[in-house]
Design a binder for this molecule. Structure first.
Ligand SMILES: Cc1cc2nc3c(=O)[nH]c(=O)nc-3n(C[C@H](O)[C@H](O)[C@H](O)COP(=O)(O)OP(=O)(O)OC[C@H]3O[C@@H](n4cnc5c(N)ncnc54)[C@H](O)[C@@H]3O)c2cc1C
Length: 468
């Protein structure tokens, strides 16, 4: 107890009155997860403003063997950012853009910069930072890197790992790995930055990053298509990929997803009111003026002629494009209205998406008939957000009793198809047991060896990902 209070007073002295909070109302935004699934506690919420302070916080904690949970925007979906007794280090106040270079096509930012601000800064110099996801108004660069976030443009630009050129990281002993060079080529041994991408704060605290920028698109077209099946959706994907290099997003939504999004979001209207099957959101972007709208009209007309599309709406304004995206992005929040549910963020090879959807539905209904299936996501990457919700007239407790068997049924289909039980949200605390079930023993031993070598005391986010 003495050691803890000594550490806390050292942290207070280091950070000054504005560098930590004890206010219960302010603390709530750090300790409560937005969906209410995780609630945390901490002896101290540190709010550093630069990497020197972060390094000193870590040194103080490391000397006393006190554990730390790093946090960015608190939008993570697997609970890794919520402390259970650890010191919380929030990077939210580290929000400076340190450098931006149109010739190198790079931007160096502190870890607490919010994604939307990175996008805006890139647009200011006529460049694109292509990462885009529903939480972009709150998710920070440090969090996106630490979860290796995906989002809606992965099929064209890759995951966060593909967009990182350099990193600055405070290691668990307080040393700083400074590697922010905007180099496109650097074959000088192990590429250490990749250790920290997707590490979920278990190997150190990311304090800054150099990010890749891309050419900004001049033309942008978004369409919604009504299709009869996931097989047809995949045929459209294949057709479009062969015909154009402008495809940037291909998002599928089953009928239940569209229905619940429209019911729960007052500003939304059903794009195809009588349609009871799949809806696909398709986005195209072109860097040069190539008459993209005309090309898209021809391509989608071909798909209709081939009977792959039953109906289509091409957005005729920026506002309508945003409405289409709003429909897709409302699903995560809206589906909570369906009561008890088992959520899965899975991936399979793109060609296996229809087979996954067929087999998983049969498997889930085999456990509990009348469950409702919501399937949506980044079909162009083989990534489906797959929710099995309690029957409309059933009881939550009956569903809770069946929950583990439902998850098992879904995962057994995923594994049979050579897929992953966590495509883009990470492991955190929610998927830790699954990691131990599905990862090979060789991979697990390697992960543990890396963790022990960098963090022998096990103080960095000790509850996330690996068991102690
Ligand atoms: C509406 C919504 C939509 C979403 N859509 C997507 C999507 O399409 N694709 C996707 O991949 N994710 C998605 N997410 C999940 C989430 O936004 C991402 O995981 C995001 O990358 C988390 O960023 P954050 O700053 O909020 O991190 P946090 O939630 O604060 O932290 C996430 C993890 O990273 C660690 N961490 C945070 N900052 C640092 C740091 N500086 N150094 C070391 N470790 C750190 C934390 O300890 C924790 O383990 C969505 C979330 C919401 C709420």
């Amino acid at each position: 107890m003495g050691a803890v209070s000594d550490v806390l007073s050292q942290l207070e002295t280091l950070l000054g009155a504005s560098g930590f909070t004890t206010d219960p109302v302010v603390s709530e935004s750090y300790l409560a997860e937005w969906r209410g699934r995780y609630r945390g506690e901490t002896p101290f919420i540190a709010l550093p403003t630069n990497s020197r302070e972060v390094a000193e916080i870590v040194r103080i904690c490391a000397r006393a063997g006190i554990a730390i949970t790093p946090q960015g925007g608190n939008t993570g979906l697997v609970g890794g950012q919520i402390p259970q007794g650890e010191v919380l280090v929030s990077l939210r106040r580290m929000k400076r853009i340190l450098d931006i270079d149109p010739l190198t096509d790079s931007m160096t930012v502190e870890a607490g910069v919010v994604l939307a601000n990175v996008q805006a800064a890139a647009a200011n110099i006529d460049r694109l930072f292509p990462m885009s996801l529903g939480s972009e108004g709150s998710a920070t660069v440090g969090g996106l890197i630490s979860t290796n976030a995906g989002g809606v443009h992965v099929m064209r630009y890759g995951m966060m790992r593909d967009l990182v050129m350099g990193l600055e990281v405070v290691l668990p002993n307080g040393q700083v790995l400074s590697a922010l060079q905007p180099l496109r080529k650097d074959n000088t041994g192990y590429d250490l930055k990749h250790l920290f991408v997707g590490a979920e704060g278990t190997l150190g605290i990311v304090t800054a990053a150099t990010l890749k920028l891309c050419p900004r698109s001049r033309e942008h077209v978004v369409a919604l298509a009504a299709v009869n099946s996931a097989d047809d959706a995949l045929s459209i994907l294949q057709m479009l990929r062969s015909a154009t290099d402008s495809l940037t997003a291909f998002e599928i939504m089953n009928a239940a997803c569209v229905q619940v999004a429209v019911e729960q979001t007052p500003v939304l209207r059903h794009p195809f009111p009588c349609w009871k099957s799949w809806v696909v959101l398709i986005e195209f972007q072109a860097v040069r003026d190539v008459g993209l709208m005309e090309t898209v009209e021809h391509l989608l007309a071909d798909a209709m002629e081939a009977a792959l599309i039953a109906d289509v709406i091409i957005a005729n304004s920026e506002r309508q494009s945003r409405e289409f995206w709003h429909l897709r992005e409302s699903i995560s929040g809206a589906q909570r209205a369906l009561g008890a549910q088992s959520n899965h963020d899975i991936s399979v090879p793109v060609s296996a998406v229809p087979e996954f959807l067929r087999s998983a539905a049969i498997a889930a209904h085999g456990v509990l008939s009348d469950v409702r299936i919501l399937a949506f996501g980044h079909a162009g990457d083989g990534n489906v957000h797959y929710t099995v919700a309690m029957p409309a007239t059933g009881s939550a407790s009956e569903f809770e009793n069946a929950r583990a068997a439902i998850a098992e049924a879904v995962y057994s289909v995923v594994m049979k198809l050579g897929g992953s039980f966590s495509a883009e949200h990470g492991i955190g605390v929610a998927r830790r047991d699954d990691l131990y079930r599905f990862k090979s023993s060789v991979a697990l031993e390697l992960m543990k060896a890396i963790k022990t070598s960098l963090d022998p005391q096990g103080i960095m986010n000790p509850r996330a990902m690996l068991r102690r």
